[in-house]
Ligand binder design. Structure first.
Ligand SMILES: C[S@@+](CC[C@H](N)C(=O)[O-])C[C@H]1O[C@@H](n2cnc3c(N)ncnc32)[C@H](O)[C@@H]1O
Length: 550
């Protein structure tokens, strides 16, 4: 879509002045050539900028382009004269392409899920921001004019992101009061309504905690056609914005920058305020108040810079663990007997920007395990997180269980896990730090039925005892060993011919009323892998929808 210029930004004012000066210079025979050439150059620089920004900024989506087109071609005078809008709305109100994409980028950068917009107009900014929100994100747009809600809604309905937007008509201040009374909070607030009220909106948001800790306030038009800094300004909006900018600049609760984009966008974030002596006497200023090392709890669960491996990561629980550890920031070695599966999962992680490698290893073979650990150490220097997850399950009545089946199960489930713990543990003990997370099973606590799986149950009980023993033996050298005991997980393993008919039977034994999903286990592995769980060792973390309690 061809870019339509929105007038009245500092750059546009500059272009206007330079154009006039240039015309005067050309018309006046006494102006030196050198001055004319410099003027032309200044005009080229100023007039080319907006066009270049439009061209180099990611193109807007179809619905946004339609919204823009519909807004600028609408007869706003007519609808006002017909009494459909309270005020005559200038089409230049619209945020537009470059600013819309900037807002969308800010949404991504602060990972916002809940956004508040004050002053929606036809919804260009709202839809741009909604496009940047995750699927379960939401945007509340405040707009005085009911006519605009209908206008915008017809286009929101054409976008898959439109359903994230709720429009609240009426005075924005009334809506803010309602939201505060309901205890609502937002990750980002975009203020773009009546300029005289900017300070009131801003103060209300901060005073009533409508902005969550680490949230961001963006404010539009804060350069207001350069009037905020031109000495001869008499325009009331220009003066209101000058006052607003100074107020925010002097406010110790926040930091701000004004981006000289279009008509100026202020980006404001809250900072923790130095405590006054009066407040200091009322509160306990410790790590609970400030966060351990200054980190809020969710940040303490991040695994940035950590090196992890997950065995049996080619599918099911292991794959989910590999994704979870990677999403939390760790580099992940995806280990599986099946090379293709390991490579496929490593590729999935890579597509999500997670650093990963695929390693083929049979964990029942000590030489494979040794090589696995050596490969990881030679690639990434160490191992911090060892997820010993690979396991097998065979079914047979105990009186018929062969020694082959017993040995095969124990070789992977217990001996294999021990070999992995030992190989990774040696690296970890040497560096005085490590997190080992073994996959045990609810079968370590109860005897799942009616299927018969003696060797599996016994081997998993062994994993718990192995975990308890290593967990207590190694904790004083910085290595924590814990295990996770999932209930019956909906993985390819249980879709075998023999197990499928048992699913209904199992469901009646599970208080949660459903099988576990691999995603139900992901937070647990991240928790056990992160420093926030440092005081936990030798623990069996049971995640079974309550099944072991019935
Ligand atoms: C600059 S436009 C907003 C542009 C919009 N953010 C966009 O992305 O295109 C300002 C809007 O604020 C609305 N407005 C003005 N005063 C208001 C108030 N007190 N409460 C709610 N909305 C208001 C106007 O009707 C107008 O639609």
């Amino acid at each position: 879509m061809p870019a339509v210029k929105v007038p009245d930004t500092p750059v546009e004012v500059l272009v206007d002045i330079l154009t006039k000066a240039n015309e005067l210079a050309i018309a006046n025979g006494h102006v030196p050539e050198e001055l004319k050439s410099q003027l032309q150059k200044a005009l080229d620089i100023a007039s080319g900028m907006d066009h270049y920004l439009e061209k180099m900024t990611t193109q807007e989506s179809e619905p946004l382009a339609e919204l823009y087109e519909k807004t600028i071609s609408h007869d706003w005078d007519k609808v006002h004269k017909e009494g459909k809008t309270m005020f005559r709305l200038p089409k230049e109100c619209i945020t537009g392409h470059v600013e819309g994409q900037t807002l969308k980028m800010l949404i991504h950068m602060c990972q916002a899920k809940r956004v508040l917009e004050i002053g929606m107009f036809t919804g260009y900014g709202a839809l741009s921001m909604a496009e940047g929100l995750p699927e379960d994100g939401c945007l509340m747009a405040c707009e005085l004019e009911p006519y605009l809600k209908e206008f915008a809604q017809s286009i929101f309905n054409k976008s898959p992101h439109g359903r994230k937007i709720t429009v609240k008509t009426g005075s924005a201040m009334d809506t803010l009061k309602e939201l505060a009374a309901a205890g609502e909070q937002f990750d980002m607030v975009f203020i773009d309504a009546d300029k005289d009220n900017y300070i009131n909106y801003y103060n209300f948001i901060l005073d009533n905690s409508l902005l969550r800790l680490r949230g961001v306030i963006c404010v539009d038009n804060t350069l207001f056609k350069a009037k905020v800094y031109l000495k001869d300004t008499t325009d009331s909006n220009g003066l209101a914005l000058r006052k607003f900018n100074q107020f925010v600049c002097d406010d110790p609760r926040v930091e701000q920058v004004i981006l000289p984009l279009r008509d100026g966008i202020s980006v404001i974030r809250q900072v923790s305020v130095a405590l006054s002596s009066e407040t200091q006497s009322q509160i306990t200023d410790d790590e609970v108040f400030r966060g351990v090392m200054g980190h809020p709890i969710l940040d303490r669960m991040r695994l940035d810079g950590k090196v992890a491996y997950v065995t049996g990561a080619g599918q099911g629980i292991g794959r989910a663990f590999a994704h979870a550890l990677g999403e939390a920031g760790a580099k992940v070695a995806v280990v599986d007997m099946d090379q293709k599966k390991a490579e496929a999962v490593a590729e999935e992680l890579h597509l999500k920007g997670i650093i990963s490698i695929a390693i083929t290893a049979d964990i029942s073979k000590p030489e494979d395990v040794q090589k696995m650990v050596e490969d990881i150490v030679s690639k990434w220097g160490t191992v911090h997180i060892a997820c010993n997850n690979a396991g097998i399950n065979r079914n047979s009545a105990s009186e018929d269980t062969s020694l082959e089946e017993w040995d095969e199960t124990f070789n992977v489930n217990l001996r294999g896990v021990f070999i992995c713990c030992q190989a990774a543990g040696r690296v970890m003990l040497k560096q005085g730090y490590g997190k080992i997370i073994n996959t045990a099973s609810m079968a370590s606590l109860i005897v799942p039925h009616p299927q018969k799986q003696l060797s599996y149950n016994t081997s998993k009980a062994g994993v718990v005892k192995l975990t308890q023993t290593l967990g207590t033996e190694w904790i004083d050298r910085g290595v924590r060993v814990n295990c996770i005991s999932p209930g019956i997980v909906d993985t390819p393993l249980i879709h075998s011919e023999s197990l499928r008919p048992l699913v209904q039977r199992w469901l009646s034994d599970i208080p949660a009323g459903r099988l576990a999903l691999v995603t139900d286990l992901q937070a647990a592995v991240v928790y056990l892998a992160c420093d926030a769980s440092d005081y936990m060792t030798g623990h069996n973390l049971v995640i079974e929808g309550g099944q072991s309690l019935w």
